[in-house]
Design a protein around this ligand. Structure first.
Ligand code: ZN
Ligand code: ZN
Length: 195
């Protein structure tokens, strides 16, 4: 019998060596490696916008070569106008707890592309101020460090949710922590893309 592999349904929060200023990304975390491991049925790459935005065409070409969805992680309002002008398939948006950061979400939503709010507890995002059109991420890297029952629990009926590994290293390509939290909260995952 051959090796049996399992895939999670979707992972849209993955970093690669295109996040060149992120010290947590190891040099082995290349698009090619992720393309070979295929830990998820639907894979999207969401490197930090400000790390590769000057090479967007190359980024997109490499990701599409591997069949990945082309996303990006946008670090707050100051990058929103620039990021919304490039042809991403979805946005992961760092929303810190300041009025201008919440306001910028509307400009991202105007693109018509999915907007995912990642690790809200790390950034102290107030989910009461997030438009329900956004998806909320259960983040495998951080969620277990915080009081997710109290902070996400009250919002399970208000949003659609996605799981994300937020992988910066090959051994993070997994979503077990995020899926445990979602199961405990009775959250059903929304699959944004069919394949
Ligand atoms: Zn992040
Ligand atoms: Zn990230």
């Amino acid at each position: 019998m051959g090796i049996i592999t399992t895939q999670v349904p979707q992972d849209l929060h993955i970093h690669t060596t295109f996040s060149r200023l992120d010290s947590a990304v190891v040099k082995e975390q290349t698009p090619e490696l992720i393309g070979h491991v295929r830990h998820a049925r639907v894979i999207g790459i969401s490197d930090h916008f400000e790390h590769f935005s000057d090479r967007f065409d190359h980024y997109k070409k490499v990701l599409q070569k591997w069949g990945f969805h082309v996303g990006t992680e946008v670090d707050g309002a100051e990058y929103v106008d620039e990021a919304s002008q490039l042809d991403f398939e979805y946005y992961i948006y760092h929303c810190r707890n300041r009025t201008r950061e919440y306001q910028a979400i509307d400009r991202l939503l105007l693109t018509g592309k999915p907007v995912i709010i990642p690790h809200p507890m790390v950034l102290e995002t107030d989910l009461n101020r997030i438009p329900p059109a956004c998806y909320v991420e259960i983040n495998n890297r951080y969620v277990w460090r915080d009081d997710w029952k109290r902070k996400i629990g009250p919002h399970t009926e208000s949003f659609r949710f996605v799981m994300g590994s937020d992988a910066h290293q090959p051994l993070w390509l997994n979503q077990n922590m995020a899926r445990y939290v979602a199961r405990e909260l009775g959250i059903e995952e929304t699959l944004i893309f069919d394949h």
